[in-house]
Design a protein around this ligand. Sequence first.
Ligand code: SF4
Ligand code: SF4
Length: 389
Amino acid sequence: MKYRTLGKTGEKVSILGFGAMRLPHFKANDQIDIEKSDEILSYGIENGINLIDTAYSYHASNLAGKGKCEEYLGNFLYENSYRDEVLLSTKLPSWLIKSKKDMENIFKSQLKDLKTDFIDLYMLHSLNKDYWKMYRELNVFEFMDELLSSGKVKHIGFSSHTEMDWIVDILDDYDKFEFALSQLNYLDERYQSGREGVEYLSSNNLGTMIMEPLRGGRLVQNIPQDIVDLWDSAEEKRTPLEWAFQYLWNMKEVNTVLSGMNSLNQVKENIEIANKSEINSISENDLELIKEVAWEYKQRKANDCTGCQYCMPCPHGVDVAGCFREYNVAKMLNNPAGSAMHYFSLESGTRADSCLHCDDCLYHCPQMIHISEDLKKVEEFFGKKYTYF
Ligand code: SF4
Ligand code: SF4
């Protein structure tokens, strides 16, 4: 396994981290298959993975609730005496926080479930501009200061689902953040804060953790033939899995990549790729090829929304750009379930079913999208309720 320093935390972290949001489970998401999960996590740790990432909500029975992952991991690490071998990372569920007491109570229950006295890497989960405003009003700074000074948290950070401007504001507001987790893969260079965000974090010496390297697995499954042909034309032959990981590990700004592995084969394959990865090992021609592949995928989008937001704010509260973003990603990757998760993370009242078809926004769109018509399609596509559990 290879290791990089996680920014100013100074921690040596394996370049492949174990994301525990997709552990093997029985039919229901909250019924973790303990035997199989133990096997794949043990293999990962024995072969050099030293970062395990979980969250309060992982392996829950519904989108917003408390999951079973932390409790499972607490038992696993304790029974196998692995706690001291790994950096344990988990998150405060921003969507459940209404007061400082909520933060304290949830954190306390996380320590108990994880059977530990401290968390190595603790994050505010899914930080976006609305959650950050809420946290500021609740004086989250005091809560985070207490976690750090008591030693119950070694390093504080945030997982980011926000645009670049907000990353800058967040770091300006609180200078004790030491790392952040952001979404990045070769399709998402400009999604949310994208590559620019990772470069900005790194230039400020924050540790950079990457999520969604395979876009929920879609970059390596059911690959369209024209994209297979493009990969086959590369100077150096790599599997789609290698392309996706190596695109990230090629960047010196990336410290570690989390992968939500759920089988022993996946763990073995990912570790093998990590072991041979290098910074700056992709040729200029092959970097161009990656752009071509991304372009081919993007041709499959449902409409041409660029996310410019000239049509917003909608007088009835619809997050037009957010709805189209998730709809387009779902079409591009043919993955309704993966995108539905993000779509239903948009606040209720901002999704497509809140559009009143008044057409006030119609002439504001530089892409000439008939917004209300396309929002109808979004509503039909995702429905009114998350139904994938
Ligand atoms: S058509 Fe829909 S999205 Fe556009 S302004 Fe009216 S309610 Fe908002
Ligand atoms: S104005 Fe058009 S392109 Fe811009 S966010 Fe709205 S729908 Fe998308």
